[in-house]
Design a protein around this ligand. Structure first.
Ligand code: DGL
Length: 269
């Protein structure tokens, strides 16, 4: 049975790629909602409705577990979907918690009360919708005390990546990092709180400087998925992957193949 991986577009491929490397025997089914990307400029209801429909699609295709490999969707839809109740045997997980557990030096799934942690000044880079939701700060407050978070809404970066305009994406990253540093001159750590941003990780690292520790989600989510599947071994398969898109399958396949530097073939969802 395949694990579903969902993103608004191509960003979740960073999570899929890390998950395939970490879990070579697991089958994955990727769903990119490219027809509606970017999500980061939409309101919360809109993101919820699109995410709900995509997750339903993956459940209908037999994925009992779906990872929202999209912070914007995790921020707007995860809690709401869980509170409304999930169908029997179906699970949906987001990408915030593994990141925050790593930042706060916790074991996966450690839900003990919040405590002081080493890192005190954190820069958060995310989409405008994720920043507006304050979901990251909320999840952090459950686990850590005394951490100062400065958030930068990185308008335009996802569009530039989806369009394949890496020059524009790099210029936008530099300008968003500059804007963040005007508000917080010396962050100790930076969170790339959008699954598209690992594709621009070098640009973020260069603009931030070597003294800033950059946390990026792909490997962290893959590691926490490995921990989850270790406790749910019925999900092992044979390492197959399928790719679905609501966009133009040929165009999305070309972009994905360029980004992951291996052949990726999408089909119409
Ligand atoms: N990859 C999505 C995220 O992690 C991007 C959202 C968008 O489509 O704007 O937030």
């Amino acid at each position: 049975m395949a694990v579903g991986i969902f993103d608004s577009g191509l960003g979740g491929l960073t999570v899929l790629d890390a998950a395939q490397t970490r879990l070579p025997d697991v089958d994955f089914l990727y769903f990119g909602d490219s027809a509606h990307a970017p999500y980061g400029v939409r309101d919360a209801d809109d993101v919820y409705n699109l995410t709900r429909a995509a997750v339903q699609h993956l459940w209908d295709r037999g994925c009992d577990l779906v990872i929202l490999a999209c912070n914007t969707a995790s921020a707007a839809a995860l809690r709401r979907m869980q509170e409304e109740g999930l169908p029997d045997g179906k699970r949906v997980l987001g990408v915030f918690v593994p990141l925050i557990e790593a930042l706060t030096e916790r074991q996966w799934g450690d839900n003990s009360p919040p405590r002081e942690v080493a890192v005190k000044h954190v820069a958060l880079f995310a989409t405008p919708a994720t920043v507006a939701s304050r979901a990251f700060q909320r999840e952090l407050a459950f686990r850590a005390i005394g951490v100062d978070v400065e958030a930068q809404a990185c308008g335009g970066v996802v569009d530039a990546i989806e369009e394949g305009d890496s020059i524009l994406a790099e210029a936008l990253v530099r300008s968003h990092v500059d804007a963040l540093k005007r508000k917080m001159p010396e962050p100790q750590a930076a969170i790339l709180g959008c699954t598209h941003y690992p594709l621009m990780q070098d640009a973020f690292k260069k603009a931030l400087g070597s003294e800033v520790k950059v946390f990026s989600q792909a490997e962290l989510v893959a590691e926490s998925l490995a921990d989850y599947l270790g406790r749910h071994p019925n999900m092992l398969g044979s390492g197959q992957a399928g790719f679905l898109t609501t966009g133009d399958a040929a165009r999305v396949s070309d972009r994905a193949t360029q980004l992951l530097r291996r052949q990726i073939t999408f089909e119409a969802a």
